[in-house]
Design a protein around this ligand. Structure first.
Ligand SMILES: NC(=O)c1ccc[n+]([C@@H]2O[C@H](COP(=O)([O-])OP(=O)(O)OC[C@H]3O[C@@H](n4cnc5c(N)ncnc54)[C@H](O)[C@@H]3O)[C@@H](O)[C@H]2O)c1
Ligand SMILES: N[C@@H](CCC=O)C(=O)O
Length: 542
C-alpha cells in the first residue's frame, strides 16, 4: 500500500522580487569581497571537477581543461569528461530518481530552489562571480548581472511561475462533478545543453525542467565547467535529491549523441548556436521511432540584433545605449544620415575610444577577452572579410592573442546593407553600421526584416511616436524582444521574458511562465460525485 504525503494546507510562496544589483564602486564592501574572492580563486586554481552522478563524484580520469580566456598561462579547472558508462549511469540514475522527485510536494520542491537562490545571492555570490570572471571573461558588473542576479531571479521567479501554473484549473464544473488538471513532469529525462556565455543560463536550463518535477541530464559548456559545477554544488546544498540533475561535462557530440539516442529521452533544453541546435533537432527527428513520447525541443540560439535610429531620435541616449552592450548584443546599426552626420558618428567614436579592453580582474576594463581561440579567429576573420569587401573600419579593428584573447571593440561602416557582417552572427565586439537616407525609412524597415535569418532582439530609437509605432508593426516578427529608446540587450527575469523566433529559437521565453508549459504534460481529471441511475438518454424515452 502506497503511503500518502499529508497536504494540510495550500501554501503560498513568499513575495518574489528581482535580486538587487550591487554597485562594486571603489570602496564598497562588495568590491572588497569580490576582489578577495577573485584573488583567492587565482591562488587556488586549477580546480579539479568531477562528473556528479546520483550525488556521487565520478572521476573518469579522462581529463580536459577549462582555459582562462584572459591568460593562456593558466587554466581554471581540470575536469573529468564523462565516458559512455558514465552517461549511461547518469541516465539510469536520473530515471530512478524520477518517481520520488515528481511526487515530492510542490512546496518542498519550491523550497529547494528558493534556498538555492539565497545561496547564489548570499554565501556563494562572490565565488560564482569570480568563476564567471576568470573562466568566462566577464567584468564585475556583467558577472553580477549574470551569475548573481539573473541566476537567483531564475530560481525565485521560477517558483512564482510554477505556483501560477499549478493554480490554473478548469473554470467550469458540471453539477455533481469536479474537474482538475495536474501538470505532470514529462515521461523520461530532459537533456540540458548549456552555452559558455551565461552562468545563469547554465543553472536555468536544468533548473526550469527540474522545478516542475523532471529529472535532467545536464551537459555544461566546456568553457563554463567550473561556474556550472558551483551551481550544481549549490543545488545539492539546497537539498536537491541525488540524481535529479546529473552533472555530465564531456565531449559534446558523444555525450549529447548518447543521450538523444536513449528511448527515455523526452526533451532537449538547449541554448547555444543556431547551427548546433538545428543539427540536434535533425538528429532527434532521425531517432523519433526510438522514443516513447514526442520529444519537446526548446532552444534559444543565435542573433543578429539591431538598433534602428530614426531621424527624431535623441542622439546622446542612442549613442550610449549603442555602446553599453553585452551578450544579446547589438550587431547591426541602421542610423538616419541626418543623425549620423549631426553628432552621432562623432559621439559614437568618442565613446568607443573610451572602452578599455583587458583582463576583468582589473575592474577599470570595460571589455574582457573573448572566450577562446575559435571565437578569436572567427571574430578577427569577420573583421578581415569586412576590410576585404571594402567596408571602412572606423574604430578598433585590431586584436591581440599574445597573453589572452582580446579584440578591440570594432565599428565597421558599410555601404552594402547585405554585406557579410550585417548578415551573419559574429558574437564578439563588432558592430556594423549602415547609414540610410532619412527618406528611406520604409526601405530600411524592409532591410532590417529581411537581412538575416535571426529574430532575437532589436531596438527602435525615435521620439516621433508614429515612427515608433510604424516600425513596431512593420518589424513584428524581426525580434522576440523589442526595445524603445533602450539598448537591445539586458532583459531581466520577471520583466522582459527573453527569446527570439525565426532562426533564433523556439521563443519559449526564459524567465516567464510560458517556458514551464514546455516541460509539463497536463492530465485532466474529472470526478463524479452522484453516480448514474440509468444509462439511457431522456431522448431515448418513448
Ligand atoms: N538566444 C539566447 O538566449 C542565447 C543565450 C546565450 C547564447 N546564445 C547563443 O549561443 C552561442 C554561443 O554559445 P556557445 O559557443 O556555447 O554555443 P555552442 O553551440 O558552440 O555550444 C552550446 C552547447 O552545445 C554543445 N555542443 C557543441 N557542439 C555540439 C555537438 N556537435 N553536438 C552536441 N552538442 C554540442 C556545447 O558543448 C555547449 O554545451 C551564440 O550563437 C549565442 O548567440 C543564445
Ligand atoms: N538576460 C539576457 C539574456 C541574454 C542571453 O543571451 C539579456 O541580457 O538580454
Amino acid at each position: 500500500m502506497a503511503s500518502f504525503t499529508p497536504q494540510l494546507a495550500t501554501f503560498k510562496a513568499p513575495v518574489i522580487d528581482n535580486e538587487p544589483m550591487r554597485s562594486y564602486a571603489p570602496g564598497s564592501p562588495e568590491r572588497k569581497a569580490l576582489v578577495e574572492a577573485v584573488a583567492q580563486m587565482e591562488k587556488e586554481l586549477p580546480f579539479e571537477v568531477p562528473c556528479v552522478i546520483n550525488g556521487k563524484e565520478v572521476k573518469t580520469g579522462k581529463l580536459a581543461k577549462q582555459p582562462m580566456p584572459a591568460t593562456h598561462a593558466k587554466h581554471l579547472c581540470t575536469y573529468h569528461e564523462a565516458d559512455q558508462a558514465t552517461v549511461a549511469s547518469a541516465i539510469e540514475g536520473a530515471l530512478a530518481a524520477k518517481t520520488e522527485w515528481e511526487a515530492m510536494p510542490w512546496n518542498d520542491r519550491a523550497a529547494i530552489f528558493l534556498k538555492a537562490a539565497d545561496l547564489v545571492s548570499g554565501k556563494y555570490r562572490y565565488k560564482l562571480m569570480a568563476a564567471t570572471m576568470l573562466g568566462q571573461g566577464k567584468n564585475a558588473w556583467q558577472a553580477e548581472i549574470d551569475a548573481a542576479a539573473e541566476l537567483a531571479d531564475f530560481f525565485r521567479f521560477g517558483v512564482k511561475y510554477v505556483e501560477e501554473l499549478y493554480s490554473q484549473q478548469p473554470v467550469k464544473n458540471a453539477a455533481g462533478s469536479w474537474n482538475r488538471v495536474e501538470y505532470r513532469a514529462l515521461e523520461g529525462f530532459v537533456l540540458a545543453v548549456s552555452p559558455f556565455n551565461f552562468t545563469a543560463i547554465g543553472g536555468n536550463l536544468p533548473g526550469t525542467p527540474a522545478l516542475v518535477g523532471n529529472v535532467v541530464v545536464w551537459k555544461p559548456s566546456p568553457a563554463a565547467v567550473y561556474s556550472n559545477y558551483i551551481i550544481h554544488q549549490i543545488l545539492t546544498e539546497a537539498g536537491l535529491p541525488a540524481g535529479v540533475i546529473q552533472f555530465v561535462p564531456g565531449p559534446a557530440e558523444e555525450v549529447v549523441g548518447q543521450a538523444i539516442a536513449h528511448p527515455s529521452f523526452v526533451s532537449l533544453h538547449f541554448t547555444g548556436s543556431t547551427f548546433i541546435f538545428k543539427k540536434l533537432w535533425k538528429d532527434i527527428a532521425a531517432n523519433l521511432d526510438t522514443y516513447k513520447s514526442y520529444p519537446r525541443i526548446v532552444g534559444e540560439t543565435g542573433g543578429k540584433n539591431f538598433h534602428l535610429v530614426h531621424p527624431s531620435a535623441e542622439i546622446k541616449n542612442a549613442v550610449n545605449q549603442t555602446v553599453r552592450q553585452k551578450c544579446s548584443a547589438l550587431s547591426r546599426l541602421y542610423v538616419a544620415s541626418s543623425i549620423w552626420n549631426n553628432g552621432f558618428k562623432e559621439q559614437l567614436l568618442n565613446e568607443v575610444a573610451k572602452l578599455k579592453v583587458g583582463p576583468c580582474t582589473d575592474f577599470t576594463n570595460f571589455i574582457g577577452p573573448v572566450i577562446g581561440r575559435p571565437a578569436f579567429d572567427k571574430i578577427t576573420g569577420y573583421i578581415q572579410k569586412a576590410k576585404d569587401a571594402g567596408s571602412e573600419i572606423i574604430a578598433g579593428g585590431s586584436a591581440d592573442d599574445s597573453t589572452g584573447y582580446f579584440v578591440q571593440p570594432t565599428v565597421i561602416l558599410t555601404k552594402d546593407p547585405k554585406s557579410v557582417t550585417m548578415v551573419e552572427e559574429i558574437f564578439g565586439p563588432v558592430l556594423t553600421v549602415f547609414v540610410y537616407e532619412d527618406a528611406d525609412y520604409e526601405k530600411t524597415l524592409e532591410l532590417i526584416d529581411t537581412t538575416t535569418t535571426y529574430a532575437l532582439t532589436g531596438s527602435i530609437f525615435a521620439s516621433d511616436r508614429k515612427a515608433l509605432v510604424h516600425a513596431t508593426n512593420r518589424l513584428r516578427n524581426a525580434a522576440g524582444n523589442v526595445y524603445y529608446n533602450e539598448k537591445c540587450t539586458g532583459a531581466v527575469v520577471g520583466q522582459q521574458p527573453f527569446g527570439g523566433a525565426r532562426g533564433s529559437g523556439t521563443n519559449d521565453k526564459a524567465g516567464s511562465i510560458s517556458i514551464f508549459y514546455r516541460f509539463v504534460s497536463a492530465r485532466s481529471i474529472k470526478e463524479n460525485f452522484v453516480g448514474l441511475e440509468d444509462f439511457s438518454y431522456p431522448s431515448n424515452l418513448a
